[in-house]
Design a protein around this ligand. Structure first.
Ligand code: GLU
Length: 429
């Protein structure tokens, strides 16, 4: 083991970015690479902040702020979602872009990492306002995106429709259709089978691997699962776990959660949310209500945080009663909580592995689009599983070789891949 001390030039007050930088510092210390290279990989390559006007339905003009950050582009064009949320800020986007670099490298995709976002509450706007906002934002960042430059995708607060507007705006500017400029598109304009379900499905692929690794030999119906977040990731993870016969005992979203120790009927909850005007769990009748804070501390076998970052903290980590944590969200665990879980012997399957299913099928979508040759759902899922299981095994190998926790092992594997590629390419000029 080689312990390099990386000079921390890069500091921030934002807890999400702090988390990403501290995870990086912890992992990079295990690599035998020049300090300058370690410092280089810590920095975002380029970042753009845009302020732009949008005409609302009542005729008023509102100014919005958005960002696009390319963290690292050594392995290929950068890849990463666009987030619409009132919590968005530049440091958060920097952290998420950095995690995309490690995530893509970990599952061996030929991509660098990026992320974008707009400070907006998407639920407070009509479809036409969201279309205007998305089109204007796309045009503001158009210099940074392209099928060989940087390829956006959905993230929190955005979806396939958002990608359709982005693709159309880019295509109208170019004068011809460029489906490969975004992934997570609707199927009828070049989307991939299985993309919508991919992140949640990948979370469950990793959960199954972890249950095997950590010797949970019981049948699925005797293994209880708690899911925080019922958006694209949480809902699809809960659905897949339920389909496989696991006992999903609690789910939640921003409006709060539901708990039934005998198991919830996830199909009913999914139907309910799909019919709800705000696409929320709020108002569902039957199971006991729990708050998001209570949900994280429920007794269960598996906890899947699939909502926001920074949910598991030094404060609640000692009270978490799950035996295994599988991260559907990006950055749900703060470093102090990581330390507590290591000490308590609760394995955490880290975000850059557990939620990599989304970007993996994004890659499939991009490849299919460029080849104009489309695969069926079985093929998508078969390839997805193979990639995730291989990455999982590699992480376990690194974990054992370095005697570290799984997050550090995943980061070591990914950072090393980017480091070696950087050294092979050499520094320009
Ligand atoms: N937003 C997703 C993530 O955080 C997917 C990104 C993509 O498909 O490019 O991994």
């Amino acid at each position: 083991m080689v312990a390099h001390v990386v000079p921390s030039v890069h500091t921030t007050a934002d807890p999400t970015y702090q988390t990403a930088l501290r995870q990086y510092d912890r992992a990079v210390a295990y690599l035998d690479i020049p300090d300058g290279l370690a410092e280089f990989m810590k920095w975002p390559r380029r970042e753009l902040t845009v302020n732009f006007p949008v005409r609302l339905d009542d005729g008023q003009i509102q100014i919005f702020t958005g960002f696009r950050v390319h963290h690292n582009t050594v392995l290929g064009p950068s890849k990463g979602g666009v987030r619409y949320s009132t919590h968005v800020n530049l440091d958060e986007i920097r952290a998420l872009a950095m995690w995309m670099t490690w995530k893509c490298a970990l599952v061996n995709l030929p991509y660098g990492g990026a992320k974008g976002g707009v400070i907006v509450d998407p639920k407070a706007h009509s479809m036409s306002e969201l279309a205007n906002l998305t089109r204007r934002f796309t045009s503001e960042i158009i210099l940074l995106i392209g099928p060989n430059i940087d390829i956006p995708a959905p993230d929190m607060g955005t979806n396939a429709q958002t990608m359709a507007w982005m693709m159309d705006t880019y295509s109208m500017t170019m004068g011809y259709s460029v489906p490969a400029v975004v992934t997570g598109k609707p199927l009828n304009i070049g989307g991939s089978m299985g993309r919508e379900e991919a992140t949640g499905r990948g979370v469950i692929v990793c959960m199954l691997e972890a249950l095997r690794q950590y010797g949970f030999n019981r049948s699925p119906k005797d293994i209880s699962v708690v899911v925080q977040g019922f958006g694209n990731v949480g809902m699809n993870a809960a659905k897949r776990a339920y389909e496989l016969g696991f006992k999903v005992v609690a789910v939640s979203d921003v409006s709060g959660g539901y708990y039934n120790p005998r198991g919830l009927n996830i199909r009913e909850l999914v139907d309910y949310v799909n019919r709800h005007p705000k696409k929320q769990l709020d108002g569902f009748r039957g199971p006991d209500r729990v708050t998001n804070a209570e949900l994280l501390e429920l007794p269960c076998d598996v906890l899947i945080p699939a909502a926001l970052e920074g949910q598991l903290t030094a404060e609640n980590a000692p009270r978490v009663r799950a035996k295994l944590i599988v991260e559907g969200a990006n950055g749900p665990t703060l470093p102090e909580a990581d330390d507590i879980f290591i000490e308590r012997g609760i394995p955490v399957i880290p975000d850059i592995l557990a939620n990599a299913g989304g970007v993996t099928v994004s890659y499939f979508e991009w490849v299919q689009g460029l080849q104009e040759f489309f695969w069926d759902e079985d093929e998508v899922y078969r390839r997805l599983e193979r990639i995730l299981v291989r990455a999982y095994d590699e992480v376990v190998h690194t974990m054992e070789a370095n005697n570290v926790d799984m997050r550090t092992a995943a980061q070591i594997t990914a950072i090393n891949r980017v480091a070696q590629a950087t050294l092979t390419r050499g520094f320009y000029p």
